[in-house]
Design a protein. Structure first.
Length: 310
């Protein structure tokens, strides 16, 4: 279990880079970075498949379809949504919204299992809602009237990224924890890499190549470095680590680790902007993280009680 937890935390540290990467490569667009990042992820996956250890052999059609979809729709869709969200609404709102995943997944499970009384979740959910409202209202108050449309769009894209994240987490965990039928971790990573490559190819018409934009040499060098970092570490290595975490940890515990992605994402964002969070950002983030941690405690205590009762 320790290996699973450490793998999950390392994954969150790498995935947290999503919230600064697209801004760091400007004037290249988030779609430019998505194409290079996931194109590289896919090409590395294909090259590794020259060795039999990395080949997704023996997988049925269902596994192939899910793996390709997780790579194409999951990775590319999540990154593009999150990257544009950060560009429109700043470094605070997107990581806080996507950080709701540790609560959303247990809530989905609770609809069918009724493992936790809904009244016990009232406190955590109020804290989470208050935190998001605090950050949004504070950010709205600090921006000019003409920029509030962008802020709303960025918030909406943040929730779109969250939706993609939730579907990815549910599907990936179901595959990796299927009894006696889970694919090999490296092969499963490679299959998702191929899906990400397909998704990146579909985005080619929307890149800066079509606009024939001129870039300076330092801008190109920065873009290449970030593409390598996000393609090799933020995609391939992060996927391998998350597969390890998903295989070794129950979904309820693996989902809890996503709180770390929120913290890493916020930290990277403020470092990138070379500033401390504002009072409203700090208060809102504090309320949300407290709410998520309290919700995790509620679900964890309920799970332990069920185990003892059994």
């Amino acid at each position: 279990m320790i290996i699973g937890i450490l793998s999950g935390l390392a994954t969150c540290a790498l995935w947290g880079l999503t919230f600064v990467a697209a801004r760091a490569v400007a004037p290249f667009t988030p779609i430019d970075l998505a194409v290079s990042r996931y194109g590289l992820f896919g090409l590395v996956s294909l090259l590794l498949m020259l060795h039999p250890r990395f080949r997704p052999v023996g997988l049925g059609l269902r596994h192939w379809c899910i793996g390709l979809a997780l790579g194409g729709l999951g990775y590319v869709g999540y990154f593009v949504s999150a990257a544009f969200a950060v560009g429109l609404s700043g470094p605070t709102i997107p990581p806080l919204v996507t950080g709701l995943m540790p609560v959303i997944l247990p809530l989905i499970a609770n609809l069918s299992e009724k493992a936790v009384a809904w009244r016990r979740l009232a406190g955590p959910l109020l804290l989470i809602a208050g935190g998001i409202a605090f950050v949004n209202l504070g950010t709205f108050a600090d921006v000019a009237l003409e920029d509030r449309g962008n802020l709303l769009a960025g918030t909406a894209l943040s929730f779109a990224a969250l939706a993609v994240w939730v579907v990815y987490g549910l599907a990936n965990s179901a595959i990796m924890r299927s009894d006696g039928n889970a694919p090999d971790g490296l092969a499963w990573t490679g299959l998702q890499g191929i899906g990400a490559l397909i998704g990146s190819i579909l985005l080619l018409p929307f890149t800066s190549l079509a606009a024939q934009t001129a870039f300076t040499l330092p801008q190109v060098e920065t873009f290449i470095l970030w593409s390598l970092l996000m393609g090799l570490a933020g995609s391939w290595l992060a996927t391998v680590l998350w597969v390890v975490a998903a295989r070794r940890l129950p979904l309820s515990l693996a989902a809890q680790l996503i709180v770390a992605e929120t913290i890493f994402g916020l930290g990277y964002g403020f470092v990138f902007e070379v500033r401390w969070p504002t009072v409203t950002e700090a208060a809102g983030a504090g309320l949300q993280i407290a709410g998520v941690c309290l919700a995790i405690a509620v679900f964890t205590s309920s799970s332990r009680s069920r185990v003892k009762g059994a």
